[in-house]
Structures are given as C-alpha cells and as structure tokens.
Design a protein around this ligand. Structure first.
Ligand code: PHB
Ligand code: FE
Length: 317
C-alpha cells in the first residue's frame, strides 16, 4: 500500500497520516516539539502560501507554525510567535532560501492533497482531505491565475467562462452606461466587478485587477474562514463589497487578542502593520483588499519613515 511521503525543511520534519499533519522541530529549550494540525487546516494555508509566493510578511498556518517572507529568503517558524511557547523556549525558526521552501511545499501539496479535495474551495464545495493515500489533485494545486494578454473587452480577447457561484445565485449585475465618441467604441468596455467576482471559482484568494504604481486592487470572494492568520509587514486596507466578514485581530508577535471587527457592505477598514488578522465569512461574500506593493515598505516602516499605524497615515477630523 502506498503511504504519504515525509518531508524535511532545514531541521523541520513533516509527516501526514489520515487525520493530521505532524510538524517536528527542535527547540531552544532542548526538548523536541511535535505539533499537529488537522490535515485540511494545514493544506489550505500551505496551498495559499505557495500560490501567493509567501505573500507580504507573516503567514501563520495556525498559532504555532508559519512563514515570514523576507523576499528572497523565508523564515519558517514553529512556536516563535506564540506567547507561551516563546517564553518557555519551545520554539524554532530558520531562514531558508525561498526556492527551497517553495519546492518542498509544492512537493508536499502534490503528495498530500487527494483528488477529492480542493484546498482553494469553500468546505461546502469540496470533499475531504481525510483518509489514506490516494491519487492527487494536480489541476487544483497548480491552478494559475488567469493572466490578461489583451485589454478588457478588446476584440480577440478570450475570457474563460466560469459559472456564477451558487453563493451568488440570483444576484443582479447592473452595468453602467458608456457614451463613446463614434469611431472609438472598440477601445472601451464596461466591466462589472460584482459579476467578475460572482464567477470566481476560489475562496480567500485575491486576484490583482488593477495596478497603479504600487497600488494593487485585489478583490476576492470569501466563504468560511481565511485559512491563514496574516501578519502583514505593511498597512493593508479592506473594503467590504457584499456580505459580512468578521475579523479577529491579534498581536503579530504573541498572538494575543486585540480586537474584533465586523464589516458590512460599504465598510472600510485599515489593518496596522503590527497585527495579524483572520476573517470569518458565514456566507460567500466579496471583499476588496488594497495592498501597497512598494518593495521598500517594510524597511520604511522599520525605520520610522512611514507609520505602520493607519491612524497616523490619514487624518480624519
Ligand atoms: C489578507 O490576509 O489580508 C487576506 C488574504 C486573503 C484574502 C483576503 C484577505 O482572500
Ligand atoms: Fe492581510
């Protein structure tokens, strides 16, 4: 019988069985740790960490294990940003080459994600990752974002046809009006962002729809919970387009609870650079994530040139 493979990354060792991912690591205190996560709760963040190229800053798979993007290298940590484990020396971290971490994470996905489980889907849309080794799901884990080669609505442009997600069935898409000077009609097109999002076949996976210098608009559809706790290395904005998302906000370095935020359509919220956030969406909803992709941003915040606290960035009288 075929069994799940075991993986190594620095001194971290990863195994999976029917129910759990097991993460083994040495600790400062000298006592080795074995950390367990439910297998689906491990595979969902693993998939996103790979798809997002380790994202901005910290991606916590749970309170104990995760990665920090240093843009070239990646810190892989266990226990380091958990208050009790850190204080008791029960932690380990290694800074590794980003390509090595990516290679091992991808191999892990290829071996551990079964054909009946899609880590990008909402729980209601996919089967379970539980159980013995079986065929994998390469189509789901190697899914690439659709990259535009033509301007929107331009002739010859081929848009893939995704169905409206059941979570948005019946939603009305009201298109705007265009009044174009005769002869220039072919240069313009109307897009309905709600319709675009309603056709998204993934959850908690922002797509970049506009880029203006470092300003990235990354809308996404959300259902169930964000599989990671994101500790950003810069300020990040959320604009709730539809539905409701509750956010749990904790200190990035200790995991201690700081705040709850409930966002309803039209609500705007800015997340400081020293917290981690995890969103909970009881029904499929639409969120616009606004990121600043300035590669110097972490350094600007560290040096104090730019505040990591949005309160100090905007003055609202
Ligand atoms: C975030 O960490 O800010 C984030 C990630 C994925 C999403 C939404 C928000 O889909
Ligand atoms: Fe975030």
């Amino acid at each position: 019988m075929e069994i799940y493979r075991e993986f190594h990354l620095g001194q971290f060792r990863f195994t999976r069985d029917d129910y759990f991912a097991h993460i083994f690591f040495p600790t400062q205190a000298g006592r080795p740790m074995e950390h367990k996560m439910d297998i689906d709760a491990f595979l969902r963040p693993l998939q996103r960490d790979v798809a997002w190229g380790f994202f901005y800053g910290m991606v916590k798979f749970d309170d104990i294990f995760g990665t920090i993007n240093h843009y070239g290298t990646v810190e892989v940590f266990g226990g380091k940003y958990h208050k009790a484990l850190r204080e008791n020396g029960l932690w380990h971290a290694e800074e590794l080459d980003r390509d090595e971490v990516e290679r091992v994470f991808v191999e892990m996905l290829e071996d551990w994600v079964p054909a009946d489980f899609d880590p990008f889907a909402a729980p209601r849309e996919t089967g379970s990752a539980i159980g013995p080794k079986r065929q994998g799901n390469p189509a789901a884990i190697h899914r690439k974002r659709v990259v535009t080669t033509r301007m929107i609505k331009q002739e010859e442009r081929q848009d893939p046809d995704y169905p409206i997600n059941a979570g948005f069935a019946g939603m009305q898409f009201i298109y705007g009006e265009m009044h174009i000077k005769p002869g220039h009609e072919h240069k313009f097109g109307l897009v309905n962002l709600y319709e675009y999002l309603a056709r998204s076949d993934v959850t908690w996976n922002p797509s970049i729809v506009s880029v203006v210098e470092h300003s990235l608009f990354c809308p996404t559809t959300e259902e169930h919970k964000l599989p990671v706790k994101h500790g950003n290395d810069r300020v990040e904005w959320f604009i709730q387009l539809n539905g409701q998302i509750d956010w749990e906000i904790c200190d990035q370095r200790t995991g201690e609870l700081r705040a709850f935020v409930r966002m309803r359509p039209g609500d705007v919220c800015a997340m400081p650079a020293d917290i981690q956030h995890q969103g909970f969406a009881p029904e499929r909803s639409m969120l616009l994530v606004w990121e600043n992709a300035d590669p110097d941003m972490p350094q600007k915040i560290r040096s104090g040139a730019i505040p990591g606290d949005p309160d100090k960035m905007v003055t609202m009288k």
